[in-house]
Design a protein. Structure first.
Length: 277
């Protein structure tokens, strides 16, 4: 018996990274999956974003676990398109029990140098996109008699970081969304929580833009992952530079499962102690 047998999970940003990991981990525990991803590039994002091929690989890996998956390209900034993708998934799979509002982007600049375009893209994806995801899902969760919404925030949703004002604002913002929805939806037996990862070993941190920020003293050809590892370790209390996507997936799984049936309105750090430093 899986911990999510008979349940259906909706995951945004599911083509790779944490989103793919969440899809696989929940499928391992018996859930069927509705997966969406933009699968295109956003100009202000300084690393290569997921592609249609990445989304197809998520489908392949979920189906290899003998679970059903309905996947489509959809933009969390586009409410009507996102809602249509979710509605089609529910029509095919029959219900909705779990929402992982995971889609997010990252970029860096000082507040003085940050462009309006970069600010607007960040808020649109990381904050408005979470609101759109929840708004589209609420009627389906009510129809199922309840459920769980898990929003991916960040340690940047708990404390400030220089060079990321737009990202920090978006990740603090989703905590406000969570706290409000936890109260609004509690009478419908819908729980709402946020997860706050430290750095996760995905393309969001393993890219030239972040390497340059953390290693400005080194020439470009010496900005390696090994050097980055040593510098990132200083961010965490535990002696690790970052965590793996599955570490976040395990937290999401717990919040999705009946094991956390009375847990709502919390900020759950999976941060190697970084918020204590």
């Amino acid at each position: 018996m899986g911990r999510l047998d008979g349940k259906v999970a909706f995951i945004t940003g599911a083509a790779r990274g944490q989103g793919r990991s969440h899809a696989i981990r929940m499928a391992q525990e018996g859930a069927d999956i509705i997966a969406v991803d933009l699968a295109k590039q956003i100009d202000t994002v300084p690393y290569g974003m997921a592609t249609a091929d990445d989304l197809a690989e998520t489908v392949r890996q979920v189906e290899a676990l003998d679970r059903r998956i309905v996947a489509s390209e959809a933009d969390v900034r586009d409410y009507e398109g996102l809602k249509a993708a979710l509605d089609e998934g529910v029509a095919q799979l029959g219900r909705l029990d779990i929402v992982s509002a995971n889609a997010g982007i990252f970029s860096n600049a000082t507040a003085e140098e940050l462009t309006d375009e970069a600010w607007n893209d960040m808020i649109a994806v990381n904050l408005t996109g979470v609101w759109h995801t929840a708004k589209a899902a609420i009627p389906h969760l009510r129809a199922a008699g309840g459920g769980s919404i898990i929003i991916t925030s960040s340690t940047a949703g708990i404390k400030g970081f220089p060079n990321f004002v737009h990202y920090v604002a978006s990740k603090h913002g989703v905590v406000g969304v969570m706290r409000t929805l936890a109260l609004e939806l509690a009478p419908d037996n819908i729980r709402v929580n946020t997860v706050h990862p430290t750095s996760v070993d995905t393309d969001m941190i393993q890219n030239d833009a972040l390497y340059a920020l953390f290693m400005p003293d080194l020439p470009e050809d010496q900005r390696t992952k090994d050097e980055f590892r040593g510098r990132m370790e200083t961010m965490n209390a535990l002696p690790v530079p970052w965590v793996e996507p599955v570490d976040i997936s395990n937290a999401v799984l717990w919040l999705a499962s009946d094991e956390s049936r009375y847990v709502t309105g919390i900020q759950l750090p999976v941060d190697a102690g970084s918020t204590q430093k």
